[in-house]
Design a protein around this ligand. Structure first.
Ligand SMILES: C[S@@+](CC[C@H](N)C(=O)[O-])C[C@H]1O[C@@H](n2cnc3c(N)ncnc32)[C@H](O)[C@@H]1O
Length: 315
């Protein structure tokens, strides 16, 4: 079932109680020792989404959509990446390997994991890493489980919301969030949770779709927004400002087509407790242009097309 060392990393998503134990009922579940909430375990995957009295309509929509696309995601995502977003799928593998390497000897968290399409080619049984994968969609998780099992590596999948991660503060050494930020309804809240779960100086990386890079991608993103598929998407500058405001520092980024890859680390001190991300000015700002690859420092002076477009359309 769920390994003891993994249980020790978890906390209750509802009350943040630090002890989740295996229940003694007929159906497998985890029980919070603090608030007595019960969380079912389905096919070895604990359902650690905190019960909500009235789920927000946006949340429901995102989840339903993810369940619908799970079946075709592995075929459609690489094609979309090449044809619309103009980014080679191999870049994800590259970033995945880098992030895994940064977790050596510690905990690696992939949130959201989706179908595990980027993680599976990179993990192996001999890696000295505890791999956790989080997603809110059951269908995505089941696909990931099937795929990751074939690698022979050990891993633990968890159904959870990125806005209330059931993981103890400071437990994660490297956190990777590929193609998630653009779909989260509360992006700032998710970034705050990522920050909380990382150990001081922990590695944070990922990718997200951004506006103002190619006309074709913008046309598609425009429709995604209009039909409520994704929440408001932004320019690279805007997203980097949000990431920096959540107390990540030394952010590096590069854009490949409409995909922005970013990497940095959690601040040593927990600044989020002293100021809210919305009120604190971003410490690092950057801008990028089509296909460019640069660090945030270099980007400060960039005046590329991407910058001009983003301030016009999404600023
Ligand atoms: C575009 S997929 C990306 C998956 C994977 N990282 C990849 O690159 O293949 C976005 C994923 O985010 C998940 N997701 C969206 N909102 C979420 C939330 N609030 N909490 C957890 N997962 C969420 C969806 O279920 C979906 O699997």
């Amino acid at each position: 079932m769920i390994r003891r060392d993994i249980l020790d990393l978890l906390q209750c998503p509802a009350c943040a109680g630090p002890e989740l134990t295996l229940g003694s009922g007929r159906r497998p579940d985890l029980v919070c020792a603090s608030c007595d909430a019960h969380y079912p375990i389905v096919n070895g995957i604990p359902d650690l989404v905190a019960p909500e009295a009235t789920p927000a309509p946006g949340t429901y929509r995102t989840e339903t959509l993810a369940n619908v696309i799970a079946g075709v995601y592995d075929v459609v995502a690489p094609v979309m990446s090449m044809a619309i977003w103009r980014c080679s799928p191999l870049r994800y593998i590259d970033h995945e390997n880098r992030a895994l390497g940064r977790a050596r000897g510690g905990v690696y968290l992939e949130a959201p994991i989706g179908t595990g399409v980027a993680l599976a080619p990179c993990i192996a049984p001999y890696h000295d890493v505890t791999v956790l994968g989080v997603d809110k969609s059951w269908k995505m998780l089941f696909q990931a489980q099937k795929r990751l099992k074939k690698t022979g590596a050990s891993f633990q999948l968890i159904r959870a919301d990125v806005n209330a991660l059931p993981i103890k503060s400071g437990a994660v050494r490297s956190l990777q969030s590929l193609n998630g930020l653009h779909g989260f309804t509360d992006r700032v809240g998710a970034l705050r949770e990522f920050h909380r779960c990382l150990e001081p100086e922990g590695y944070f990386s990922g990718s997200t779709l951004v506006r103002a890079q190619t006309d074709m991608a913008d046309a598609v993103l425009e429709r995604y927004e209009r039909y409520g598929i994704y929440p408001m998407l932004r320019s690279p500058e805007f997203l980097l400002q949000e990431v920096s405001a959540a107390s990540f520092e030394g952010m590096h980024f590069e854009t490949h087509g409409a995909v922005m890859f970013f990497a940095g680390q959690r601040t040593t001190r927990d600044e989020t407790e002293t100021a809210s991300p919305s009120t604190r000015p971003a410490s690092k700002k950057g801008a990028s242009k089509k296909g460019g690859a640069k660090t945030s420092r270099a980007a400060k002076t960039s005046k590329g097309k991407g910058t001009a477009k983003s301030s016009r359309r999404a600023g």
